[in-house]
Design a binder for this molecule. Structure first.
Ligand SMILES: Cc1cc2nc3c(=O)[nH]c(=O)nc-3n(C[C@H](O)[C@H](O)[C@H](O)COP(=O)(O)OP(=O)(O)OC[C@H]3O[C@@H](n4cnc5c(N)ncnc54)[C@H](O)[C@@H]3O)c2cc1C
Length: 403
């Protein structure tokens, strides 16, 4: 699937370059107002840009070294849901600071007893005059401690069937009665939190869509989550790819044995297949289609692929892999200096040593390995993705609901 981009002198490129000349160090707000943060969104937040224009904008921003604001849950998930069902007032109030990165968002969906079976959630929202009073607990809430707002699912009608009694709110994270406790993961970092709600008052105009529409809106959010989580890098679109691993090994003198060579080849081939699936998904979204169940096909493959890349990188590091901050080159370089890996001349050996030094001070691989078990859990577990594929893509009978 070739995407031909307009040439260097094209009008499309010229317009972006001219803007960048006038804004050499643009703020998030300037980028947002120019429509360059989410060019595919409708105006005024985006430019309703078609596929080629979007790729040109990406290309020109990258060349100029300009980075877009980082607000993944806001821009990737909450924003599309507000565009889908938010009132004009809600869009005007929340989308500008969201896409300019001024207000960070989190996602308050999962609960201790409601992860895969999200519709079993027990957090309640009870109407109190114009407001809603929320009680309950959420868990695994990424960046809740940094967020200004959260998208919140709460049960507003305990008597309705479980998917029907849920509503979707915008929750101010500094409201009275909210407690955010850190959950430190095995990389030693604090990204997750548990969030407690004790009689938290949420204004009535923070309800998105209508009462009871929460499950429909959750599906909009989670559909976009699967697309957002499906980038090129091994760790949900971030981090190194299979090609990076192959490249490192080649530059370090080649795979140490046949089994490793086969594993590398397999991962490289999978990486190619995933790239094509990704391009397919992108072109569908760019053509205005909503992310369908096919996004689950890519996620199911990409998550396992990511784990296998990190496993192989760890295996390549051998005993050095038990140390933090080591990567796949650490042992290869050791082996090459001892002559057990074919290194053709001294200059390659020198490059290898140099890269290994960089490799051993870079925690990308070791952190990636520790994070990789999360790949097949977050954004819908591997088993849940397979259920979606079975039912929605293959047309197999629905799973029995035993709850
Ligand atoms: C990195 C990361 C970030 C996250 N960030 C957020 C966040 O910001 N906000 C948020 O709300 N949540 C977040 N989560 C939580 C995530 O959505 C849940 O972990 C996920 O939905 C799974 O739920 P659970 O952990 O309760 O596992 P469970 O649902 O309890 O599943 C346990 C096991 O049972 C299997 N299983 C469950 N149901 C079925 C079934 N029907 N068929 C077959 N097997 C099944 C699962 O596949 C899994 O192996 C995050 C998770 C991760 C890993």
């Amino acid at each position: 699937m070739d995407i031909g981009l307009p040439g260097e002198d094209s009008l499309e490129r010229h317009a972006v370059r001219e803007w960048l000349e006038r804004h050499p160090n643009p703020t998030g707000r300037e980028l947002a107002e120019a429509g360059y943060v989410v060019p595919h969104w409708p105006r005024p937040f985006g430019l309703a840009a078609g596929p080629i224009d979007q790729l040109v904008i990406d290309d020109e921003l990258r060349r100029a070294g300009v980075r877009r604001p980082i607000n993944p849950i806001g821009i990737g998930w909450a924003g599309p849901t507000l565009l889908y069902a938010g009132s004009e007032l809600q869009k005007e109030r929340w989308i500008w600071p969201m896409i300019s990165g001024e207000e960070i968002w989190c996602q308050l969906f999962s609960e201790p007893e409601a992860g895969s079976d999200l519709a079993s959630l027990r957090t309640t929202a009870v109407r109190d005059g114009d407001a809603w009073v929320v009680n309950g607990q959420k868990v695994w809430t990424t960046i809740a401690h940094l967020a200004k707002y959260g998208i919140l699912l709460a049960r507003t009608d305990p008597t309705a069937r479980k998917h029907r009694g849920i509503s979707y709110f915008i929750c101010p994270m500094d409201a009275d009665g909210i407690t955010v406790n850190p959950l430190v993961d095995m990389t030693g970092r604090h990204a997750f939190n548990e969030v407690f709600f004790d009689n938290v008052k949420i204004p009535g105009d923070h309800l998105v869509g209508s009462v009871g529409q929460g499950w429909e809106l959750a599906k909009v959010t989670l559909g976009n989550e699967r697309v957002s989580l499906s980038g090129e890098g091994a760790l949900w679109g971030q981090g190194p790819t299979a090609e990076d691993l192959v490249d490192s090994v080649i530059r370090a003198g080649g795979p140490p044995d046949r089994v490793t060579r086969e594993r590398l080849t397999q991962l490289w081939a999978e990486g190619r297949v995933l790239r094509i699936l990704r391009l397919r998904g992108i072109s569908a979204v760019l053509a205005g289609k909503s992310p369908g169940p096919e996004a689950s096909v890519r996620k199911a493959l990409a998550d396992t692929h990511g784990r296998e890349i990190m496993d192989l990188a760890k295996d390549l590091a051998g005993p050095y892999g038990t140390l933090n901050g080591t990567g796949p080159l650490t042992r290869l370089s050791q082996a090459s200096s001892e002559g057990s890996v074919c290194v053709s001349d001294d200059s390659v050996g020198a490059v290898t040593q140099e890269r290994a030094k960089a490799d051993s001070t870079d925690s990308t691989w070791s952190d990636g390995f520790l994070f990789s078990p999360a790949l097949t859990v977050g954004g819908g577990t591997a088993e849940v993705q397979r259920n979606i594929i079975a039912e929605k893509v293959l047309g197999l009978p629905r799973e029995l609901d035993l709850s």
